[in-house]
Ligand binder design. Sequence first.
Ligand code: GLU
Length: 445
Amino acid sequence: MPATVETVFASVVARNPGEPEFHQAVREVLESIGPALARHPEYTEARIVERICEPERQVIFRVPWEDDRGRIHTNRGFRVEFNSALGPFKGGLRFHPSVYLGIVKFLGFEQTFKNALTGLSIGGGKGGADFDPKGRSDREVMRFCQSFMTELYRHIGAETDVPAGDVGVGGREIGYLFGQYKRITNRYESGVLTGKGLAYGGAQVRREATGYGAVFFADEMLSRAGGGLDGKRVVVSGSGNVAIYAIEKVHQLGGRVVACSDSSGYVHDDKGIDLELLRELKEQRRARLDDYARHVRHARVVSGRTVWEVPCEVALPCATQNEIGGAEAAALVAGGCVAVVEGANMPTTPEAVRILAGAGVRFAPGKAANAGGVAVSALEMRQNASRESWTFDESEQRLRGIMRDIHDRCWNTAEEYGLPGDYVAGANIDGFRRVAEAMLAHGLI
Ligand code: GLU
C-alpha cells in the first residue's frame, strides 16, 4: 500500500473502531489502487481516497415490534448511504442477527465499487437490521417490515436512495416494505425499491440475476482460460436466493453442481443437486437441508464440516462473508479447484485469496462477479421510470451482456496496469476510477 494511502487506512481504522469487516473491505481496495493513484495525481490532490472511505450519511434507528404472543422486541435498523457520485444510493437490506454498523458499512463500501463496475447510474448504499427472520411467522415478518419502513421511508426515494433485498430479505419482505412505504407516503413510487414481485412493478430475471450473473461471469472467465463451464464439477455454498439460481444456471450451461450448504451443514449429491427439491425445501417450506437426504437416497448430508472439502473444479461461494478462510482455501486447492467465483459479498478472506493465488487458482471478487443482481435492479428502475416491462429472454440477454462487459472491464484494466489475469486489481481500479472521476467533477462536496 503506498504511504499516503497507508495514512488514510490508519485513520479509517481509528475512526471506525471495532468494525473488522469494514476495515477488511477498505484495505482490499486501497491495496489495489496504488497504480491508478500514481497515474492520477489529481485524485490525491482532491483527497478522493479519504472522502471515498467516509459514508455520505449513516442512519441508525429503533425498530420496535410485537410477536405473535404479544411480546415486544426492539431491534436496530441501519441505512448507510455511502456514495452518490454516480447515481442515487443503491443497495440491499440485510436482516440477520449478525448485522451491526460495521457489516452495513463494509457492504455499502463494496456496493459503491460494484455498482460503478456495472456502468449503470447507481451510487452505493446498504442497510438492514439485526432481526432474525428464521422461525418467524409471516405476520411477525410483516409487522417487523412495517415498523422498519415507518422510519426508513423518510430517507429513501426513487431519486434518492433505492433499497432492495440481501440476506434475509426476499420477495416477501420487499412486498411488505413496499406496501408500508406506499401507505405512509400516499405515493405509488415503483422505483423506490427493487426486487419487487412481478404483480406490482417487479422486473423479470431480478430474482435470478445474482446467481445467473455469477455463473455467466464464471463462464466468461473459464472461456478465457480455454473452456467454459460445460462438463465442470461445481460446488456452491449456501442454499438461498443466490445459490439456487447459480445452481440452475450451472446446470443449464452443462456443468454439474455436486454440493451445496446451509448453516447446518452440506448436502453432497454426486448425480447433481436436484434443484426442484431444493427449491421446494428452501423457498416454500423454509426447511433445513437434512430433509434433502430423506427424499434422495444416494445423497449424503454432512453437518459440522465445510462444503469446500468436496472436490470440485469450480467453487461458487454464495453464502456469506469470510466463509472461505485459509483451511478452506487449502482444501479447495487439494481438491483440484481451478476457479473461485464469489456469488456472495466478500466470502473469501485475504489469507484465502493469497493461498488461491499462490496455487494459480483464478479468482473473481464479488464486486465484479455478483454485480448481476444490482445491475438488474437498475434495469428494474429503468422499466419503472418508463412504465415498460421487458420479457424474460430480453432481460436475461441484457444481464448476460452486462456480465460480459464487467468481465472485460476487469480483464482489460488489469492488462492496462500490467497485471494480467488479476481480477481483483481490475475490478478495484476500474470501479474506483469511475467513482473518482465523478467526485472530481462535482467539486468538494
Ligand atoms: N444485495 C444485492 C447486492 O449485494 C443487490 C442489491 C440491489 O439490488 O440493490 O448487490
